[in-house]
Design a protein around this ligand. Sequence first.
Ligand code: TMP
Ligand code: ZN
Length: 421
Amino acid sequence: MQDIERVDRCRVCGRDDWLDIISFGSAPLANGLLDPAADDADEQAYPLDVALCRECGLMSLRHIVNPEKLFRYFVWVSSDSALMTRHRQRVFGWCAEKSGMAAGDLVVEMGSNVGTQLALFQERGLRTVGVDPARNLARIANDRGVETVADFFGPEVTASIRETHGAAKLVMGHQCFAHIDDVHNVLDGVDRVLAPDGTLVIEVPYVLDLLDENQFDTIYHEHLSYYSLTTLSRLFASHGLPVVDVERADVHGGSIVVFAAREGSGRRPSARVADLLALEERRGLTTARPYLEFADRTRRTIDAIGDVVRGLAAEGKRIAGYGAPSKGSTLLQMCGLTPAEVQFCSDTTSFKQGKLLPGSRIPIRSPEQARAQAPDYYLLLAWNYAEEIIAKEQAFLDAGGRFIVPIPQPRIVDSALTASA
Ligand code: TMP
Ligand code: ZN
């Protein structure tokens, strides 16, 4: 395929009935960190337009960037933060409780990254195989003893896993399903390897939380789909995999973990499924209104963040970004912020340090370097870890430092943890 293609038909329902929601113009890839030596190089930018399928309610990007370009070498490594470590334990607990898995059963994970989640299943005696297209990450996973196939998940890969390892009691995917264009091929892949009494577990960012919290910065080229349970249920059911349970989780700004089983397995959906579908109905998620309102709020929030940061910079305040996540790169660009206002971003990831963020070209420094040049304000780009970060940075707050929390509306947090607009 070309580097970028326009989406014609909805990847879930196949209809071509789109309503434009919001356009962010063109942007470089959020994870395309630059070498300072290549500072003057032209960056390739791709359109970032969002639309809603009027038939099935899928919110989607209108363009897809070639997955070979996005995912063969991938820089996002699953986080070892306290929040994510707790979450992985909780996911393990849910899987055990809802799938009836036992030691010796096979667990297959798509988008398994460096194998952090699977390692936990291995420790509890399950057999595991990961699949991830990123060759750099698959190598790390294999080196740590988590068997990982460096490929895109699909029927060929899973047929071969089934041949060598047997059928899987659990097939799971955490924070990768929304990156996938050909979801039908992936679900055919699930069908090839899932045992008759197996469970499919898919975790995606939840579109209702995205809308409610104005998480516009989570919209970038890697994130093709923004799912509701209503739309996911329809998709899974069309592959003979009715949803049987769902949990909400406070990761990545709010996510849903959706459990599906084979038709004919006799499993009845839990009350949580009906409750969440009813909530989505009440909130009008299959109508255009909440998405169009989100687009309006987003335009205002982007202006408000820019105004707050530019206002403080004009007063001579020193401002740095806290974290250099993909969504931070997106937010800085959408708000038109540059090194003139945000001098650097502090990030714990060693290979990001010394690079420049795409678009805004703001340099990334280590937390040690950041502490030596502590700014007056940190713009909290890694807002999904707000609680953990604010607790960790008490000394910065006690010394008079402040955080600018950008969403849902920009607000300033000081040592008294009082917020002001
Ligand atoms: P993520 O939300 O995509 O996992 O990215 C979070 C980024 O924030 C990641 O690059 C690591 C960085 N980070 C810090 O620099 N300090 C922290 O305390 C935490 C939790 C994350
Ligand atoms: Zn659709």
